[in-house]
Design a protein around this ligand. Sequence first.
Ligand code: UDP
Ligand code: MG
Length: 316
Amino acid sequence: MNQKPTIGVVSPCYNEEKVLHETTLQLNNILQKLVSKGLISDKSFAVFVDDGSKDKTWTVIEECVEKNAFIKGLKLAGNVGHQKALLAGLITYKDEADALISIDADLQDDVNVIEEMITKFISGVDVVYGVRKERKTDTFFKRNTALLFYKIMLKMRVNIIHNHADYRLCSNRVLNALSEFNEVNLFLRGIIPSIGFSNDVVYYDRLERFAGESKYPFRKMAAFAWNGVTSFSNYPLKLVTIIGFFIFIICLFMSGYALLAMFNGHLVPGWLSTVLPMYFLGGIQLFCFGIIGEYIGKIYSEVKARPRYFIDKKID
Ligand code: UDP
Ligand code: MG
């Protein structure tokens, strides 16, 4: 790269009034430092996307834009969720930068590896994934459910980077490719690896949330993991077929046994042997219908192809 690249940092915020003063300050300082070092252009910026917060997040963003030279704000019309809010930031600002870095607003991702990400980008890498070294600060529950999440994804043949969340740098051409994905059920950490281009990783320690509470309780995390599986893999559907096949084989054997018993004169008079398989098959069928239903639900929302977000305001 001949010229200094313009780098944008994109951070989705939902009810983050408590952390934004600190986050904007830190990012502003880092950008300032990198500009003085001559690594990036002075057109670089950090944009905070207000995802329809109910608290004073937008007012705080406006204050921070006033105070810090590198900070911008984008306000969405309503709450659309982390993934779509991030996408809104990435798509809106992709043409204003050579690469965009996505990061959570709560300072859990170590901002000090931004420089390393940018150095890798300058050396020609298109996607730089931030990968967590250890999860010392996560609660026991969060750590283990997260690990289980990566394991299940791997089993379900979803191509994701282990221990990578949404802290990453994407070059402009990767973002252009991303803008061609029209899906409503967004799972960015599955989409980005599927785009291709050269990639690399940087390692960092995941810190404690700076202030405020997690917006990802277990219910939301489970929904997110399930969305990841069903958006990227038809494996559950295949599983339905496999389960169905084995049950069919078992039923064949059972019928054979029943016939034999009948010819030998001692009929199986059991109530249990009739009712049990009925319950069993009923259960399995419901389960399988459920999985198929999930996908049909997904087809429904994709077919509607509704807009994923609306922008209310933009300030710099
Ligand atoms: N977030 C968002 N919209 C939502 C929920 C969360 O933009 O509906 C943002 C949130 O402000 C934060 C990031 O997504 O910057 C990650 O959320 P959080 O830190 O609560 O998740 P955790 O780190 O606990 O998994
Ligand atoms: Mg967090």
